[in-house]
Ligand binder design. Structure first.
Ligand code: NI
Length: 251
């Protein structure tokens, strides 16, 4: 199993990171991709990737933090991005649910991430919440960049538009939640060769760990639910998502 989107670079893992890593190994999580959400967490993701052979890094500034973007941030990301274990740029995108940064600024910074990905020939990891139309519009400006819609929460119709552009979708804990029938419909509609699995830990712990701090070992609950929803055996699902992760991040 791969956890294609984790935040072991989050301070919530500071005190017991070693145990979290052991549990991930015990449960067969072979690779963990830690995703940056600001400059310090992007640096931390790279540090972790240097220490642990099974870890890789994605670097960028979350739309919540778009207001933190400046020339020095841009410069730091450019330098970090040349590290051999940096496999994508992100997470970036648009979040109109929380609106922690002004929307126009989020859009500008989203495009900056695209330009960086384009320049370095890296894929892009996207966070989109309550911003479907604007996210799609910006993604369409950069069709040469391969995108992963992380923790996808859109409709079947939206999913199809990304799939037509060759993009990938990843699913996390919310597919296991009680009121997820709409999302589960999406899970069934996406071709098996475009799906990745993730935890987005420490957030979004899947059932039966819902409400607790999430961690990479729990990615198996996401995988099990996906296999059940798609009516394939777990091994088939794991082989497919593993291959997709390798293809998307060009491991
Ligand atoms: Ni995340």
């Amino acid at each position: 199993m791969f956890d294609s989107h984790a935040h072991l670079n989050d301070e919530q893992f500071e005190s017991d990171l070693a145990e979290v890593i052991v549990r991930a190994k015990e449960w067969g999580v072979e690779r963990i991709i830690n995703v940056g959400f600001d400059i310090p967490s992007s640096q931390k993701a790279v540090e972790l990737a240097e220490i642990y052979p099974q870890m890789y890094a994605v670097i960028g500034i979350h739309p919540h933090e778009a207001k933190l973007w400046d020339e020095s941030a841009d410069e730091t990301l450019r330098t970090l991005a040349t590290h051999k274990k940096v496999v994508a740029i992100g997470e970036t995108g648009l979040d109109y649910y929380y609106d922690h940064s002004p929307r126009e600024q989020q859009q500008t910074i989203f495009r900056q991430h695209f330009l960086l990905a384009q320049k370095l020939n890296l894929p892009l990891v996207i966070h989109s919440r309550d911003a479907t139309a604007d996210t799609l519009a910006i993604v369409r400006e950069f069709t040469d960049v391969s995108c992963l819609l992380h923790c996808f929460s859109g409709s079947v119709e939206t999913a199809k538009q990304y799939l037509e552009m060759g993009d990938y979708l990843s699913f996390a804990g919310p597919i296991t939640f009680k009121n997820a029938s709409r999302l589960q419909e999406v899970v069934r509609a996406v071709p098996l060769d475009r799906i990745l699995i993730e935890t987005d830990c420490p957030y979004l712990a899947p059932v039966p760990k819902r409400g607790k701090r999430n961690e990479p070992a729990n990615v198996r609950y996401v995988a099990e639910k996906l296999a059940e929803l798609r009516d394939v055996n777990l091994d088939t699902l794991l082989a497919a998502t593993r291959e997709n992760t390798i293809r998307f991040f060009k491991f």
